[in-house]
Design a protein around this ligand. Structure first.
Ligand code: NAD
Length: 371
């Protein structure tokens, strides 16, 4: 049960392998291109607890010398100081231009490790081993790498192509439920902007024990999402136009994450709420979205934040500070219809304020149902 295909980027082609228990086959593929007996492994601490021995011993079968560094879980690891630590770890342990860096973890470890690979010796081979749903369907694909700065998220980074992406769903067996739901938001985003069938495929998330999800249905869904992202990125690698569609819901989400200081809300929770607000705003701007296709997934989300913690003025201020703004106006990805995204600049501050009330209403509803 494995799917193998290639993605073309301006700096070359990389292979993607998806399946259950495909890690060893994926390594063979990578080895065809490797000419060194040394490798580096950067691994998220939770992934190390569950799968560290397996990943390390698998690598050691192929590389005589594997140097490992553990990344503390959480967004704080995507920092300038931690990136400097990772670069130091590589340089002090004899990295060469052909020494591969394997990066095992969610989007945090992937973005950090990707940026370290892009910048150390002006670029070393990078192999992504995504271990969260979000990393499999989104962050390991498309070549964006980066870290946060004290002034904002993802403000320092580089486009950098991996050599390969090995998405082995065996790693998801240990993923906490909240993280499955976190990844679901990006899956639903692909449904909203590109492929309506994803809304029904994603119903596999509506079951109690997500680690028992039908493996083939899950692999097919992950592949569908990766192919959509790859297709969009191949057409617009450096986000000149349509790559921005991948940010559906994200203008709201980034403001929400910033207001919550990146700790009391996950990226995926913020994206789900952001898509609700963007859907409402789409309708106000003339969009025809009769049915709310996101609603059936609402009960899966359980937010730690409450309405009282949020100030709409602050949230709008954060949106205006977003790196993707045009002058002082806020640009949104909206939908003319489901699967028909458009970029629109909204100047009416009152309308944006009302869109935020959709988010506040959802939080209120969520709080009441958990009381
Ligand atoms: N580069 C891109 O194109 C891109 C796209 C989307 C998001 N991102 C970035 O990705 C990050 C979010 O990624 P994420 O949601 O994967 O977060 P994450 O990397 O913080 O992982 C989420 C949590 O799951 C744990 N975890 C991961 N895999 C596990 C496993 N198999 N078993 C047990 N625990 C596991 C981690 O330790 C962490 O606690 C953000 O920083 C975001 O900016 C990047």
């Amino acid at each position: 049960m494995q799917h193998n295909f290639e993605i073309t980027s301006s700096s070359g082609i990389y292979s993607v392998l998806i399946g259950k228990d495909v890690f060893s086959d994926g390594l063979q593929e990578v080895l065809k291109k490797s000419s060194t007996d040394k490798a580096f492994l950067l691994i998220d601490e939770n992934v190390e607890n569950h799968h560290g021995d397996f990943i390390l011993t698998s690598l050691q079968k192929h590389f005589a010398n594997v140097e490992k560094m553990t990344v503390p879980q959480g967004e704080e690891s995507k920092s300038v100081s931690f990136w400097s630590d990772v670069s130091g770890f590589l340089l002090q342990n004899g990295v060469r231009r052909n020494t591969p860096l394997f990066v095992a973890g969610g989007g945090v470890t992937g973005d950090l490790g990707g940026f370290a690979a892009a910048t150390t010796l002006r670029g070393i081979p990078l192999i992504h081993i995504p271990t969260s749903v979000l990393a499999m369907v989104d962050s390991s694909i498309g070549g964006k790498t980066g870290i946060n700065h004290t002034t904002g998220k993802n403000l320092i980074g580089a486009f950098y192509k991996p050599e390969a992406v090995i998405a082995d769903t065996r790693f998801l067996d240990s993923l906490p439920r909240r993280e499955w739901v976190n990844g679901l938001s990006e899956i639903l985003k692909y449904g909203a902007i590109r492929d309506d069938s994803i809304f029904s495929d994603a119903e596999i998330f509506l079951q109690e024990d997500l680690s028992k999800t039908d493996p083939l249905a899950l692999i097919n869904l992950i592949e569908k999402c990766i192919r959509i992202k790859a297709d969009i990125v191949q057409k617009d690698e450096y986000e000149g136009n349509i790559r921005a569609f991948l940010n559906y819901g994200h203008t709201f989400a980034h403001a929400l994450e910033k207001e919550c200081r990146f700790d009391s809300i996950s990226h995926g929770e913020a994206v789900y709420l952001g898509m609700l607000a963007a859907g409402w705003l789409s309708i106000q701007c003339g969009g025809d979205l009769e049915e709310n296709k996101l609603e059936k997934f609402s009960s899966l989300y359980s937010y730690k934040i409450t309405v009282g913690q949020l100030s709409t003025d602050n949230l709008i201020h954060h949106m205006q500070a977003d790196k993707k703004r045009i002058e002082n106006h806020i640009r949104f990805v909206l939908l003319d219809r489901w699967q028909h995204p458009v970029l629109k600049t909204v100047k009416d501050r009152e309308l944006i304020k009302q869109a935020w009330s959709i988010v506040l209403g959802e939080l209120h509803k969520n709080k009441r149902s958990s009381d």
